[in-house]
Design a protein around this ligand. Structure first.
Ligand code: ASP
Length: 277
Protein backbone atom coordinates (compact mmCIF):
# COMPACT_ATOMS: atom_id res chain seq x y z
CA UNK A 1 0.00 0.00 0.00
CA UNK A 2 1.59 3.27 -1.09
CA UNK A 3 0.54 6.70 -2.29
CA UNK A 4 2.36 9.69 -3.76
CA UNK A 5 0.75 13.06 -4.53
CA UNK A 6 1.88 16.21 -6.33
CA UNK A 7 0.83 19.84 -6.48
CA UNK A 8 2.65 20.91 -9.63
CA UNK A 9 6.19 21.60 -10.80
CA UNK A 10 7.65 24.96 -11.70
CA UNK A 11 9.80 27.85 -10.54
CA UNK A 12 10.83 28.57 -6.95
CA UNK A 13 8.50 31.55 -6.47
CA UNK A 14 5.26 31.00 -4.57
CA UNK A 15 4.03 30.46 -1.03
CA UNK A 16 6.10 27.39 -0.15
CA UNK A 17 5.24 27.13 3.60
CA UNK A 18 1.50 27.09 2.88
CA UNK A 19 1.96 24.60 0.08
CA UNK A 20 4.08 22.38 2.32
CA UNK A 21 1.42 22.31 5.05
CA UNK A 22 -1.42 21.71 2.60
CA UNK A 23 0.43 18.84 0.91
CA UNK A 24 1.22 17.24 4.26
CA UNK A 25 -2.38 17.45 5.48
CA UNK A 26 -3.81 16.10 2.24
CA UNK A 27 -1.20 13.33 2.04
CA UNK A 28 -2.08 12.09 5.56
CA UNK A 29 -5.81 12.09 4.78
CA UNK A 30 -5.25 10.20 1.53
CA UNK A 31 -2.95 7.72 3.23
CA UNK A 32 -5.58 6.84 5.81
CA UNK A 33 -8.17 6.51 3.03
CA UNK A 34 -5.94 3.94 1.30
CA UNK A 35 -6.06 1.70 4.40
CA UNK A 36 -9.75 1.02 3.75
CA UNK A 37 -10.30 1.85 0.10
CA UNK A 38 -9.03 0.95 -3.34
CA UNK A 39 -6.20 2.75 -5.15
CA UNK A 40 -8.81 4.15 -7.56
CA UNK A 41 -11.03 5.60 -4.81
CA UNK A 42 -7.98 6.95 -2.98
CA UNK A 43 -6.42 8.83 -5.90
CA UNK A 44 -9.81 10.39 -6.65
CA UNK A 45 -10.23 11.39 -3.00
CA UNK A 46 -6.69 12.88 -2.89
CA UNK A 47 -7.23 14.88 -6.08
CA UNK A 48 -10.61 16.12 -4.81
CA UNK A 49 -8.87 17.51 -1.70
CA UNK A 50 -6.15 19.12 -3.85
CA UNK A 51 -8.80 20.62 -6.17
CA UNK A 52 -10.61 22.11 -3.16
CA UNK A 53 -7.39 23.77 -1.89
CA UNK A 54 -7.10 27.21 -3.56
CA UNK A 55 -3.28 27.10 -3.44
CA UNK A 56 -3.22 24.68 -6.36
CA UNK A 57 -4.07 25.21 -10.00
CA UNK A 58 -6.97 22.76 -10.19
CA UNK A 59 -10.64 23.07 -9.23
CA UNK A 60 -10.96 26.07 -6.88
CA UNK A 61 -8.00 28.37 -7.60
CA UNK A 62 -7.55 27.30 -11.22
CA UNK A 63 -5.77 29.76 -13.49
CA UNK A 64 -7.73 31.87 -15.94
CA UNK A 65 -7.33 31.57 -19.70
CA UNK A 66 -6.71 34.50 -22.05
CA UNK A 67 -10.43 35.37 -22.18
CA UNK A 68 -10.75 35.41 -18.37
CA UNK A 69 -12.61 32.10 -18.16
CA UNK A 70 -11.54 28.98 -16.32
CA UNK A 71 -11.54 25.74 -18.28
CA UNK A 72 -10.37 22.70 -16.36
CA UNK A 73 -9.17 19.24 -17.36
CA UNK A 74 -8.90 16.05 -15.34
CA UNK A 75 -8.22 12.38 -15.99
CA UNK A 76 -8.35 9.16 -14.07
CA UNK A 77 -6.98 5.76 -15.03
CA UNK A 78 -7.78 2.55 -13.24
CA UNK A 79 -4.76 0.26 -13.64
CA UNK A 80 -6.86 -2.83 -12.96
CA UNK A 81 -9.39 -2.41 -15.77
CA UNK A 82 -6.95 -0.27 -17.81
CA UNK A 83 -9.76 2.22 -18.45
CA UNK A 84 -8.91 5.88 -18.99
CA UNK A 85 -11.56 8.58 -18.66
CA UNK A 86 -11.28 12.36 -18.76
CA UNK A 87 -12.91 15.76 -19.09
CA UNK A 88 -11.23 18.47 -21.15
CA UNK A 89 -11.94 22.18 -20.75
CA UNK A 90 -14.93 21.70 -18.47
CA UNK A 91 -16.38 24.88 -16.87
CA UNK A 92 -18.31 25.83 -13.73
CA UNK A 93 -17.87 22.63 -11.72
CA UNK A 94 -16.20 22.20 -8.35
CA UNK A 95 -14.35 18.91 -8.87
CA UNK A 96 -13.49 18.00 -12.46
CA UNK A 97 -11.95 14.71 -11.26
CA UNK A 98 -15.38 13.52 -10.03
CA UNK A 99 -16.82 14.01 -13.50
CA UNK A 100 -13.88 12.09 -15.02
CA UNK A 101 -14.69 9.36 -12.48
CA UNK A 102 -18.38 9.35 -13.43
CA UNK A 103 -17.30 8.74 -17.04
CA UNK A 104 -15.52 5.46 -16.15
CA UNK A 105 -18.89 3.67 -16.39
CA UNK A 106 -19.78 5.23 -19.75
CA UNK A 107 -19.22 4.06 -23.29
CA UNK A 108 -17.99 7.56 -24.24
CA UNK A 109 -15.28 8.15 -21.67
CA UNK A 110 -13.64 11.43 -22.73
CA UNK A 111 -15.83 14.53 -22.99
CA UNK A 112 -14.87 18.11 -23.83
CA UNK A 113 -16.06 21.67 -23.22
CA UNK A 114 -19.83 22.46 -23.04
CA UNK A 115 -20.74 18.81 -23.58
CA UNK A 116 -18.64 17.82 -20.57
CA UNK A 117 -20.33 20.53 -18.47
CA UNK A 118 -23.75 19.35 -19.71
CA UNK A 119 -22.89 15.77 -18.73
CA UNK A 120 -21.91 17.03 -15.26
CA UNK A 121 -25.24 18.82 -14.78
CA UNK A 122 -27.21 15.79 -16.00
CA UNK A 123 -25.36 13.70 -13.39
CA UNK A 124 -26.17 16.02 -10.49
CA UNK A 125 -23.00 18.15 -10.31
CA UNK A 126 -24.13 21.64 -9.30
CA UNK A 127 -22.93 24.85 -10.98
CA UNK A 128 -19.85 26.19 -9.15
CA UNK A 129 -17.53 29.10 -9.85
CA UNK A 130 -13.89 28.08 -9.16
CA UNK A 131 -12.49 31.64 -9.56
CA UNK A 132 -10.48 33.07 -6.64
CA UNK A 133 -9.40 36.71 -6.11
CA UNK A 134 -5.71 35.77 -6.29
CA UNK A 135 -6.04 34.15 -9.70
CA UNK A 136 -8.08 37.08 -11.05
CA UNK A 137 -5.31 39.43 -9.82
CA UNK A 138 -2.67 37.35 -11.62
CA UNK A 139 -4.78 37.30 -14.76
CA UNK A 140 -5.11 41.10 -14.68
CA UNK A 141 -1.31 41.30 -14.68
CA UNK A 142 -1.43 38.98 -17.70
CA UNK A 143 0.65 36.37 -15.97
CA UNK A 144 0.72 33.08 -17.81
CA UNK A 145 2.46 29.89 -16.70
CA UNK A 146 2.84 31.28 -13.19
CA UNK A 147 1.03 28.81 -10.99
CA UNK A 148 2.28 25.49 -12.30
CA UNK A 149 0.18 23.93 -9.55
CA UNK A 150 -1.53 21.12 -11.38
CA UNK A 151 -2.35 18.27 -8.99
CA UNK A 152 -2.11 14.49 -9.15
CA UNK A 153 -1.99 11.26 -7.19
CA UNK A 154 -0.81 7.68 -7.80
CA UNK A 155 -1.50 4.76 -5.49
CA UNK A 156 -1.13 1.00 -5.12
CA UNK A 157 -3.61 -0.67 -2.76
CA UNK A 158 -3.63 -3.79 -0.55
CA UNK A 159 -4.58 -5.94 -3.50
CA UNK A 160 -1.74 -4.58 -5.63
CA UNK A 161 -4.09 -2.58 -7.88
CA UNK A 162 -2.82 0.74 -9.20
CA UNK A 163 -4.50 4.01 -10.22
CA UNK A 164 -3.53 7.53 -11.29
CA UNK A 165 -5.53 10.78 -11.26
CA UNK A 166 -4.56 14.27 -12.44
CA UNK A 167 -6.40 17.62 -12.53
CA UNK A 168 -5.48 21.08 -13.82
CA UNK A 169 -6.66 24.57 -14.58
CA UNK A 170 -4.19 24.54 -17.48
CA UNK A 171 -1.05 26.50 -18.26
CA UNK A 172 -2.56 29.90 -17.46
CA UNK A 173 -3.43 32.69 -19.88
CA UNK A 174 -3.72 30.25 -22.75
CA UNK A 175 -5.82 30.48 -25.91
CA UNK A 176 -9.36 29.17 -25.27
CA UNK A 177 -9.68 25.71 -26.75
CA UNK A 178 -6.12 24.65 -25.89
CA UNK A 179 -6.06 21.07 -24.65
CA UNK A 180 -3.97 20.26 -21.58
CA UNK A 181 -1.87 17.09 -21.30
CA UNK A 182 -3.54 16.41 -17.93
CA UNK A 183 -6.63 15.03 -19.67
CA UNK A 184 -4.57 12.70 -21.90
CA UNK A 185 -2.48 9.52 -21.39
CA UNK A 186 0.65 11.69 -21.74
CA UNK A 187 -0.21 13.35 -18.43
CA UNK A 188 -1.91 10.50 -16.62
CA UNK A 189 -1.53 6.75 -17.11
CA UNK A 190 -1.81 3.49 -15.16
CA UNK A 191 -1.92 -0.24 -15.79
CA UNK A 192 -1.21 -3.41 -13.77
CA UNK A 193 2.52 -2.51 -13.53
CA UNK A 194 2.73 1.21 -12.72
CA UNK A 195 0.86 4.50 -12.37
CA UNK A 196 2.21 7.95 -13.32
CA UNK A 197 0.90 11.54 -13.10
CA UNK A 198 2.77 14.39 -14.82
CA UNK A 199 2.90 18.18 -14.51
CA UNK A 200 4.65 20.99 -16.35
CA UNK A 201 4.37 22.46 -19.84
CA UNK A 202 1.57 20.43 -21.40
CA UNK A 203 2.75 20.65 -24.99
CA UNK A 204 6.16 19.27 -23.97
CA UNK A 205 4.59 16.49 -21.87
CA UNK A 206 2.53 15.47 -24.91
CA UNK A 207 5.66 15.49 -27.10
CA UNK A 208 7.28 13.07 -24.65
CA UNK A 209 4.07 11.03 -24.08
CA UNK A 210 5.60 11.03 -20.60
CA UNK A 211 3.19 9.17 -18.29
CA UNK A 212 2.32 6.46 -20.83
CA UNK A 213 5.98 6.05 -21.79
CA UNK A 214 7.17 5.51 -18.22
CA UNK A 215 4.35 3.04 -17.48
CA UNK A 216 5.02 1.06 -20.67
CA UNK A 217 8.75 0.92 -19.90
CA UNK A 218 7.91 -0.64 -16.52
CA UNK A 219 5.47 -3.06 -18.19
CA UNK A 220 8.30 -4.13 -20.51
CA UNK A 221 10.52 -5.03 -17.58
CA UNK A 222 12.34 -1.89 -16.42
CA UNK A 223 12.26 -0.96 -12.76
CA UNK A 224 10.34 2.25 -12.00
CA UNK A 225 13.65 3.90 -11.12
CA UNK A 226 15.21 2.99 -14.49
CA UNK A 227 12.09 4.02 -16.39
CA UNK A 228 12.06 7.44 -14.68
CA UNK A 229 15.81 7.93 -15.15
CA UNK A 230 15.69 7.09 -18.86
CA UNK A 231 12.55 9.16 -19.52
CA UNK A 232 13.84 12.21 -17.64
CA UNK A 233 17.19 11.92 -19.41
CA UNK A 234 15.22 12.38 -22.63
CA UNK A 235 13.24 15.27 -21.10
CA UNK A 236 16.48 17.05 -20.11
CA UNK A 237 18.04 16.44 -23.52
CA UNK A 238 15.07 18.28 -25.02
CA UNK A 239 15.44 21.12 -22.45
CA UNK A 240 11.82 20.55 -21.46
CA UNK A 241 10.16 21.65 -18.22
CA UNK A 242 8.13 19.01 -16.41
CA UNK A 243 7.85 16.75 -13.41
CA UNK A 244 6.18 13.44 -12.62
CA UNK A 245 5.29 11.13 -9.76
CA UNK A 246 4.95 7.37 -10.08
CA UNK A 247 4.39 4.16 -8.23
CA UNK A 248 4.91 0.53 -9.26
CA UNK A 249 2.99 -2.58 -8.27
CA UNK A 250 6.05 -3.53 -6.19
CA UNK A 251 5.55 -0.35 -4.18
CA UNK A 252 8.52 1.60 -5.61
CA UNK A 253 7.84 5.35 -5.50
CA UNK A 254 9.49 7.90 -7.82
CA UNK A 255 9.42 11.68 -8.09
CA UNK A 256 11.53 13.46 -10.74
CA UNK A 257 11.49 16.90 -12.36
CA UNK A 258 13.48 19.07 -14.75
CA UNK A 259 11.95 22.29 -13.36
CA UNK A 260 13.38 24.22 -10.39
CA UNK A 261 11.06 22.44 -7.98
CA UNK A 262 8.13 20.10 -7.58
CA UNK A 263 5.47 20.09 -4.89
CA UNK A 264 5.04 16.49 -3.78
CA UNK A 265 4.51 14.23 -0.78
CA UNK A 266 5.32 10.55 -0.23
CA UNK A 267 6.96 8.18 2.25
CA UNK A 268 10.59 7.15 1.72
CA UNK A 269 11.93 3.61 2.13
CA UNK A 270 12.20 4.11 5.91
CA UNK A 271 8.53 5.25 5.92
CA UNK A 272 9.45 8.85 6.80
CA UNK A 273 7.10 11.43 5.28
CA UNK A 274 8.86 13.50 2.64
CA UNK A 275 7.25 16.78 1.54
CA UNK A 276 8.90 18.65 -1.34
CA UNK A 277 7.83 22.25 -1.97
N1 ASP B 1 0.41 20.39 -17.49
C1 ASP B 1 -0.48 21.50 -17.30
C2 ASP B 1 -0.85 22.07 -18.65
O1 ASP B 1 0.03 22.34 -19.46
C3 ASP B 1 0.05 22.59 -16.45
C4 ASP B 1 0.83 22.16 -15.23
O2 ASP B 1 1.04 20.98 -15.00
O3 ASP B 1 1.21 23.02 -14.47
O4 ASP B 1 -2.00 22.30 -18.87
Amino acid sequence: MKIVIHGGAGSRKGSAPHIHDALKEIYLKAESCLKKHSALDTVIYAVTLLEDCPLFNAGTGSQLQKDGRIRMSAAVMDGKSEQFSAVLNIEQVRNPILIAKALIQEKDRILAAECATRFARAHGFAAYNPKTKERVKEWKKRVGESGMGTVGACAVDRKGCLAAATSTGGRGFERPGRVSDSGTPAGNYANAFAAVSATGIGEQIVNEALAAKIVIRVSDGMTLLRAFKKSFHEVRNHHYHMGAIGISRLGEVMVDFSTEKINAAYRDKKKALVVLS
